[in-house]
Design a protein around this ligand. Structure first.
Ligand SMILES: [Zn+2]
Ligand SMILES: [Zn+2]
Length: 54
């Protein structure tokens, strides 16, 4: 299933990723690969989700 349309965060770039948390279609710039989520969800989740040393 391909994602088409604009990023739901910046609404200027083409969405190429889907947030694994909220399901929003977002562009590369607004996708946090480490969190597997959009930057909004990554921000809410905060850092250290893996429990690694800071
Ligand atoms: Zn974007
Ligand atoms: Zn999200």
């Amino acid at each position: 299933m391909s994602v088409t349309g604009l990023c739901q965060i910046c609404e200027t770039a083409e969405a190429e990723r889907t947030c694994g948390v909220c399901g929003a279609a977002v562009c590369e710039d607004d996708y946090d690969a480490d969190a597997g989520a959009c930057v909004e969800c990554a921000r809410i989740a905060g850092g250290g989700v893996d429990g690694g040393p800071a």
